[in-house]
Design a binder for this molecule. Sequence first.
Ligand SMILES: [Zn+2]
Length: 204
Amino acid sequence: MVVPQPETGSILFDCRWQEAPATSGPHMQRLLHWREELYKLDLVGMDERGIGFGNLSCRVEGHEPFFISGTGTGCKKRLSPTDFTQVTAWNYEGNWLECRGPCRASSESLSHAAVYEGRPQARAVIHVHHPVMWQALYMRIPTTHPQAEAGKPEMAWAIGHLLDQGCEDGVFVMGGHQDGLMAFGVDLEEAGQRLVDCFHRLMD
Ligand SMILES: [Zn+2]
């Protein structure tokens, strides 16, 4: 498997943020609900260095492209609508994105974007960290190329490549992102349940 290697070197991630009020509505209720479920299982949370991990996103009719939890929100026990922002544009090669909302989006939003581009029917994407699941599922389920690292454009290419190959179950391992897994679905229920089922199969 060859992952295209654009000559991007290591361009620093650039979040072009425009401050705007929080949004509300059914999408926010579902985001908050699933964020709580994932936090309970430690799939989203804070690592031993005190850095938050995990993020979730969904697409909303009339508000494309997608809403996502903000950078650094993993460490918070409870999120509120001000912890979500709307990603409106991006560029993998340039390693930038544009977002509008009360907070900034993380570089991992580009991985969410890659899933939405590779699977137009996906309406929700969840990214979690879990060492046990990662090790147990690495290369046993679809896994992105180990040389494609998180926070680099190569990860987006690797996700696109993986989706081209299949990924029927809607869950995959991020091979070059220690502990990282992603799930997607037609809505947050489907994406979330896929991860929760995976978690219980391995951990119960
Ligand atoms: Zn991550």
